[in-house]
Design a protein around this ligand. Structure first.
Ligand code: HPA
Length: 411
């Protein structure tokens, strides 16, 4: 951060401010690490001058960059100098809401905030699309197309503590959800909130690192835009992964489990409301949500890799409280083997859109009343992290089998 502040300070002295006498310097770090700077420029039509941030953005664009990953602004007073309202919008156009903004005065950096802190109610494209009620994913699609030429055939949703299992991807381009109209903002530790395009084992994939949940206040409909966007980008299949509690004592923590079906216990359906007939039918069939052929593929690949793959029915609850032992007994009685707080909205929206769906759960704990002790999200993340290696091996084996060379060598 110091190099950025120094660059802002160095350009601040070149500011042209005969009317206000208030020189401001701004330095922007671009995605490739280069730093672009700008100072404020006034003229006789003051206050119609140009802010330091706007000058720096001009330099960044002229230099061939497009994305800002860090911002420093320095002014000539005791208090930290913050970007004006217009510049907050300008920065939002090229940065994400998580981008750090260091604000300095004469004494150096006085405070660091995120652009989101400065701009809680932006006019960003995300808000505009949401306001229009557009769930087609068209706007997000154009953002993705502007950042990468990759056309993934497969989308993969990585759940709590599992976000890193496919890293490093080749031809990797990461796009924060905040940059894509209609994508959710995630607030849960263990969920990164970005879409990563790239290749794994030769197959082009779109990896969703992080999802929204009902317990965060997200509506059940949150996956409509992400999933429709991925379909429009070319994905025909989606693999949904999650961390889950097991209702069967023989399937203990650390085991991988293929989801064979689900029970929607959320009390909400992601397709409630007006139907987008172009996206899918009003009353979509759910008699085979989890593709039977994909299930066979995963079982075969797990056996070949020597991985112990269990299978079961996943029940989604809204959370955020874990279940009581009595609730777990009731869930067992209605046919659940696994319990969690996700996946079902995505599965329903994906089937509605005609995608092939597969589901893999990492068992992080025995459900309430079956194990010893209490349940916690920290335990979920720790166990998911430990079992992530097996999930990574299985998913890589699957992606290898889908790659052109893998397909040719398949019997
Ligand atoms: N219950 C609900 N969700 C979960 C659990 C659980 O036991 N474990 C991981 N996610």
């Amino acid at each position: 951060m110091n190099d950025l502040l120094e660059a802002a300070r160095a350009v601040q002295v070149r500011a042209y401010v005969p009317y206000s006498g208030f020189p401001v310097g701004c330095a922007l770090r671009a995605e490739d690490g280069r730093i672009y700077t700008g100072a404020n420029v006034e003229n006789a039509a003051y206050p119609q001058g140009q802010c330091a941030e706007a000058s720096a953005i001009g330099a960044l664009i002229a230099g061939g960059a497009r994305r800002i990953v860090e911002v420093a602004v320095i002014g000539d007073s005791d208090r930290p100098c913050s970007p004006c309202g217009g510049c907050r919008q300008r920065l939002a156009e090229f940065a994400s809401l998580e981008t750090k903004v260091h604000m300095a005065g004469r004494g150096g950096v006085a405070t660091t905030v995120t652009l989101c802190d400065l701009l809680p109610h932006s006019f960003g494209p995300a808000h505009l699309a949401a306001d229009r009620g557009d769930t087609s994913g068209r706007d997000a699609l154009s953002v993705l197309r502007s950042r990468s030429d990759l056309r993934p055939e497969v989308a993969i949703m990585l759940g709590s503590g599992l976000g890193e299992v496919l890293e490093p991807l080749t031809e990797r381009v990461a796009v924060p959800y905040a940059d894509m109209p209609g994508f959710p903002t995630t607030s849960v530790p263990g969920h990164a909130g970005q879409l990563v395009l790239g290749r794994v084992e030769g197959t082009a994939v779109a990896v969703l690192q992080g999802r929204a949940h009902l317990y965060e206040g997200a509506p059940a409909a949150w996956p409509r835009v992400p999933i429709r966007t991925l379909k429009a980008l070319g994905a025909g299949t989606i693999l949904l992964t999650n961390a889950a509690g097991s209702l069967r004592s023989e399937i203990g923590p650390g085991r991988l489990c293929l989801i064979s079906d689900h029970i929607n216990g959320l009390g909400a359906n992601p397709l409630t409301g007006a139907n987008d007939d172009e996206a899918g039918p009003r009353f979509p069939d759910m008699s085979a949500v989890y593709d039977v052929a994909l299930q066979q593929d995963f079982r075969r690949l797990a056996a070949e890799a020597g991985l112990d793959l269990a299978g079961g029915v996943y029940l989604a609850t809204p959370g955020p409280s874990f279940e009581t032992p009595a609730e777990i007994r009731a869930m067992r009685a209605i046919g659940a083997d696994l319990v969690g707080m996700s996946t079902v909205p995505e599965a329903i929206v994906a089937r509605h859109a005609g995608l092939r769906v597969a589901g893999l759960a990492v068992v992080t704990n025995l459900a309430a009343g079956l194990g010893n002790g209490t349940l916690s999200h920290e335990e979920t993340l720790a166990t998911a992290g430990a079992a992530a290696a097996d999930l990574g091996r299985l998913v890589r084996a699957w992606l290898r089998s889908l790659a052109p060379a893998g397909k040719e060598s398949a019997p």
